[in-house]
Write a protein that binds this ligand. Structure first.
Ligand code: GTP
Length: 343
């Protein structure tokens, strides 16, 4: 089965990390997110994918010049201009010459969702498009999708207030499309699949949706990005494979990293060429390659970008994000969603 993977977004919620690196190329326990996403799809029988690129496309193309990611053969469709998620799907599907039922995946979602079950459901219902659903506690940040008992979508409500959400089942960012959906997407103007294409299909009764209770996580915010790392460390999304070596006492260190003997690591990731000084404490922290945590610094629920330096005795609390090459001074105290280097 062919697949369109959407990876062209700007990833604004993960700034400043996404100024230099597209979201799906950020490392998750040492390997880019995209390798987990495509590795998971390969496991479910996907052999060919077209990456729908827009923002910083060269970062993908240069990293995978042999056109294979996670076992999947890939091609690269670079949008000439951003035309929304539906515009991106149409452009990529036509670029790849897709001419049969195909899968569409948001490239920042980690999941072990059963693609075969979604396919069988889609065929049985004679759907024009089918959406995988996932149950969450608070659906207000997502597209909420009420259905009939048979799975026919009644409505598609993008980001409703929490107390007005008709169900807690949300759009999991994984779809099956017939090629006829492409003809519905206007060319030459931005079209959102969530705000325009799905509501139109739902109104005609040709959109279906299937709930799945598999592992699912949208990695697109600092908190969920940290959770994604911890979940890999804990084997919760074990199927995604890479990066599992070198986990010691619940944390992962790249063999080239240097960690002082009396430093404490809990549920943390210490990537290539990082340094962690004496007496430092890291709890749910992701250190990206080449970053340095000096002696006695304390970090909780933070992401430290590539080459950044956290000065001695600094305290960083939830949820600090330090951009590439930035410096937090010795003794400084930061917390409360601080972004260092956002500009
Ligand atoms: P935020 O700015 O933080 O919301 O992130 P984002 O830009 O990635 O948007 P969002 O998380 O809503 O996007 C869901 C998926 O669609 C991600 O995998 C994005 O990379 C992708 N995406 C969003 N907009 C576009 C677009 O215009 N073109 C392409 N090709 N992909 C897109």
């Amino acid at each position: 089965m062919q697949c369109v993977v959407l990876v062209g977004g700007m990833g604004t919620r993960l700034r400043p990390l996404t100024y230099q690196t597209p979201k799906q190329m950020l490392p998750l326990v040492g390997s880019p997110i995209i390798e987990y996403v495509l590795g998971g799809l390969f496991h479910h029988g996907v052999t060919d994918a077209v990456l729908s690129l827009g923002y910083l496309p060269d970062r993908f193309i240069e990293a995978y010049p042999d056109n294979v990611i996670g076992g999947v053969r890939v091609s690269y469709a670079v949008e000439p201009e951003p035309n929304g998620t539906a515009g991106a799907i149409r452009f990529a599907a036509e670029y790849a010459g897709i001419d049969e039922t195909f899968l569409v995946v948001n490239g920042d979602v980690l999941t072990d969702l059963d693609v075969s079950a979604l396919r069988a459901f889609h065929r049985d219902r004679g759907a024009e498009a089918s959406i995988a659903l996932h149950a969450v506690e608070d659906p207000s940040h997502y597209g909420v999708v009420p259905t009939t008992d048979a799975g026919q979508v009644i409505d598609f409500v993008e980001k409703p207030p929490r107390d007005e959400a008709p169900t807690n089942l949300i759009n999991a960012g994984i779809y099956l499309f017939e090629t006829s959906v492409l003809e519905r997407i206007d060319v030459g103007r931005p079209v959102s699949v969530e705000r325009e294409t799905f509501p139109a299909l739902a109104a005609e009764g040709s959109l279906f949706a299937l709930a799945d209770d598999a592992y699912w996580l949208d990695t697109g915010t600092p908190d969920t990005f940290i959770t994604a790392n911890v979940d890999v460390l804990e084997g919760r999304n074990g199927r995604f494979g890479p990066g599992h070596g070198n986990v010691v006492a619940g944390s992962w260190r790249h063999p080239s990293a240097w960690v002082a003997q009396d430093a404490t690591l809990r549920h943390s990731v210490v990537d290539r060429d990082c340094v962690v000084g004496a007496g430092a404490l890291l709890d749910r922290v992701v250190l990206m390659p080449g970053s340095v945590v000096e002696d006695s610094a304390t970090l909780r629920n933070c992401i430290v970008g590539p080459g950044a330096v956290i000065g001695a005795r600094a305290h960083l609390g939830a949820t600090c994000v330090v951009g590439a090459g930035e410096r937090v001074d010795a003794g400084e105290s930061l917390s409360g969603d601080v972004r260092v280097g956002e500009g």
